[in-house]
Design a protein around this ligand. Structure first.
Ligand code: UDX
Length: 454
């Protein structure tokens, strides 16, 4: 919404949230205090805030005043009841829809920005039509394809904008046209695609499933490379030169994380099962299973290499975020690798340039309580065995091994001789992102294991 406001100074954009603290942070004079860390975002907010971009907790007032409303709430995987562990939890979307229906006094265009399963727009429309007879609603689907860490650039130079709507009616087409105009503020028209609403909803799930599938595919080959002595980076480069395959998204890693890939694939799996397509469901579920296997394999490799146990050993984690240039840790591979090592009684010392101690602790406590552990016990284990450092050189003091979990650029320029000097010997390094020069590290004395290298 900040970019929409930046590029359309004539449109007033109001971002509302029921979380007062978050709105206060969005309004903070100090742009370092914005609730989301995203390169370039502070400049965009600085340009538009107070001009045509506003942050407020007055949800009802904003609904009344708006011609177009974007629903941008989260749609996590359901953790209870029917579809538990797979289906998208649409509770927050439904609550938004009900509130809009209750408060609206004139016709509105409602845009689904949250990623939703196919045919959700229809459910939202039913709520509107049943709740507020006097007002007409048009529901559009406008999925977001930006990636974290590169969000501003992805928005400024979007490959495509997708708008789904009721293309069979004049009202539907008029609504689509209004949203097209918003994006034409900076996106060339040929990159703005319009489709049926269900195609748009399904395209978002499919795009994420295809992207994640590429990572799981190359990660599956990384396991074979480690057995055979092939080099996964060479294989990725060689196949990426085929223009039909293309070079992007073939970086083998400790496993993909983030709030989207796993959730959207599980959602796709649930939809396939719901529509009686178990073979299709199994096919896509394998992408998530392969990702789980990759995380497990990485942790197991650490344990095996450290003479079959990490009990009482100090393992330094470099990185906790699910990728570089973000403070987001949702579904980060680091959480699962830490869990595996902690089960083997390791002591974990974490350094991440952007993720705070509270978040790291919260991630583990959440995982363990979800697995049935009592919160008090989970908290005790975290306090006992997980240490978070503000300085990477502190995190590696007397460490038996270092694991690289996030591809932060700064890791490459560290003084690795100094780090080697501070560690227990033999000093192991497990590069879960293949960002370091393994040969150089070996010359220093490290035992290095990279992903997909025999
Ligand atoms: C993703 C999609 O890219 C984006 O289009 C969608 O809108 C939201 O989901 P995001 O999760 O922010 O974006 O980041 P992305 O760059 O896609 O990375 C996801 C995960 O895959 C990260 O953990 C990343 O490290 C990993 N990854 C990515 C790899 O392991 N290898 C790769 O080659 C690329």
């Amino acid at each position: 919404m900040a970019v929409i406001a930046q590029k359309n100074p004539h449109i007033k954009v109001t971002v509302v949230d029921i979380n007062e603290q978050r709105i206060v942070a969005w309004n903070d004079e100090d742009l370092d205090k914005l609730p989301v860390y995203e390169p370039g975002l502070a400049d965009v907010v600085a340009e538009a805030r107070g001009r045509n971009l506003f942050f407020s907790t007055d949800v009802d007032g904003a609904i009344k005043g708006a011609e177009m409303i974007f629903i941008s709430v989260n749609t996590p995987t359901k953790t209870y009841g029917v579809g538990k562990g797979q289906a998208a939890d649409l509770k927050f979307v439904e609550l938004c829809a009900r509130q809009i229906a209750k408060v609206a006094e004139d016709d509105k265009i409602v845009v689904e920005k949250s990623t939703l399963p196919v045919r959700t727009a229809q459910s939202i429309k039913r709520i509107f039509d049943a709740t507020n007879g006097g007002v007409k609603f048009q529901v559009l689907s406008n999925p977001e394809f930006l990636a974290e860490g590169t969000a501003i650039d992805d928005l400024h130079n979007a490959d495509r904008i997708l708008i789904g709507g009721d293309i069979e009616t004049d009202e539907g087409n008029a609504a689509i046209e209004s949203l097209v105009k918003v994006y034409e503020g900076w996106i060339p028209s040929e990159r703005i695609l319009t489709t049926r609403v269900w195609s748009s909803e399904l395209s978002k799930l499919t795009a994420n499933a295809f992207l994640a599938q590429r990572i799981s595919s190359i990660n599956s080959i990384s396991a074979l490379c480690e057995k055979t002595g092939a080099d996964v980076d060479e294989v990725a480069h060689a196949i990426g030169q085929d223009s039909r395959i293309g070079p992007k998204f073939l970086r083998s890693s400790v496993g993909f994380g983030g709030s989207c890939f796993q959730k959207d694939i599980l959602n796709l799996v649930y939809l396939c099962l719901h529509f009686g397509l178990p073979e299709v469901a199994d096919y896509w579920e394998q992408v998530v299973k392969m990702n789980d296997y990759q995380k497990y394999r990485f942790g197991k490799n650490i344990i095996d290499s450290l003479f079959n146990t990490v009990s009482g050993k100090k393992i330094a984690f470099m990185g906790w975020a699910f990728k570089k240039d973000t403070n987001d840790t949702r579904e980060s591979a680091a959480i699962y690798v830490a869990d595996e090592l902690l089960q083997d009684q390791a002591e974990i010392h974490v350094y991440d340039p952007r993720v705070c101690k509270e978040q790291i602790e919260k991630d583990l406590i959440y995982l363990w309580t979800q697995q049935g552990e009592l919160e008090e016990h989970a908290r005790f284990r975290v306090n006992d065995l997980v240490h978070v450092h503000a300085d990477p050189y502190d995190a590696v003091q007397h460490a038996h091994a270092i694991a690289i979990l996030t591809e932060w650029d700064e890791f490459v320029s560290y003084d690795w001789e100094k780090i080697y000097g501070a560690m227990q010997k033999p000093a192991f390094l497990f590069d879960g992102r293949n960002i370091l020069d393994a040969e150089k590290l070996r010359e220093i004395g490290f035992e290095v294991k990279s992903i997909g290298k025999g």
